[in-house]
Design a protein around this ligand. Structure first.
Ligand code: ADP
Length: 268
């Protein structure tokens, strides 16, 4: 692996991240021991942004993998590809991360099938190894390598959950939407809307979060608030901006949409 190949995974600019509950120091301590870390929480609550920030702060390359149910172990580890000279091995993202000492972030790992998930096991205990069975190679993880996964407890069902044998390989940090003042600050900083507008957006989100479990699977996330702020900063009238970013993506239920629109109209 050339320096160029490693450089492409570097986080070169400081990502904007506001600490919520002491998670930066806790993560640093876990990283010092190369402990695998699980980030738990709803979608759009800042998990990915946090890993980017920590990779930048620790000066480590970051390799992110979005998991899905069709993902196989080979998609993570690598496979033989056919080219004009025959077959050629190509490392998967997990293998690359283990070789170069990156932080490997497996986003929504629970989406992956269990036979895929188990390939991370030997990397997460004292062995810190990755067997490439098809290639007949055993990789010792680079001393700086660390594995991070995200997990949304809201989506889990009995059918789709991580096995205890997987869960208990990670230390975990809870992520939730930040309290109102901090979330408003984040929305204002990310979008350029004024503080008052950001506060109103956060209040709309709070109303929707109270509807979780009462017709909504999830409330409005910080990510959607950032979208709303971006549309408003783009000159779209706030009501249309909120409809497009806070209501329409969230639910198809006509009654729920009406309830959410009413919340929007209270503030804009
Ligand atoms: P997740 O990975 O939990 O689904 P993201 O990390 O993608 O969520 O967060 C969504 C967006 O919310 C980010 O792009 C960022 O704009 C904003 N955000 C959420 N939490 C924070 C935070 N603590 N500091 C800065 N931005 C945040």
């Amino acid at each position: 692996m050339t320096k160029h190949d490693v450089d492409q995974f570097a986080v070169t600019r400081e990502p904007f991240y506001r600490e919520v509950a002491g998670e930066i120091a806790l993560y640093e301590a876990a990283y010092a021991r190369r402990m695998p870390v699980m980030l738990k929480g709803p979608t759009g609550a800042g998990k990915s942004r946090f890993v980017e920030y920590m990779a930048w702060k620790l000066g480590r390359p970051l390799i992110t993998v979005a998991s899905n149910e069709d993902m196989t172990a080979s998609d993570l580890v690598g496979r033989f590809l056919l080219d004009k000279d025959g077959t050629k091995w190509q490392d998967g993202p997990l293998t690359t991360a283990a070789r170069i000492g990156a932080i490997c972030y497996l986003d929504e790992i629970v989406e992956a099938r269990q036979d895929t998930t188990v390939v991370i096991h030997p990397l997460t205990d004292h062995r810190r190894q990755l067997p490439l069975d098809k290639k007949g190679e055993l990789i010792e993880a680079h001393p700086d390598f660390q594995l991070v996964i995200s997990y949304n407890p809201g989506y889990q069902s009995l059918m789709k959950d991580l096995k205890q044998s997987t869960k208990q390989r990670f230390a975990a940090l809870d992520f939730d939407y930040p309290e109102a003042a901090l979330e408003s600050e984040i929305v204002a900083a990310e979008t350029g809307v004024d503080a008052k507008t950001a506060e109103k957006l956060v209040q709309i989100a709070h109303r929707s979060r109270n509807l979780k479990g009462h017709g909504l699977d999830e409330g409005i996330s910080t990510r959607l608030l950032v979208y709303a702020g971006q549309m408003i900063a783009q000159g779209v009238d706030p009501k249309s901006a909120c409809q497009m970013t806070l209501v329409t993506p969230l639910t198809d239920d006509p009654d729920m949409r009406e309830t959410l629109l009413a919340a929007v109209e209270t503030f804009f």
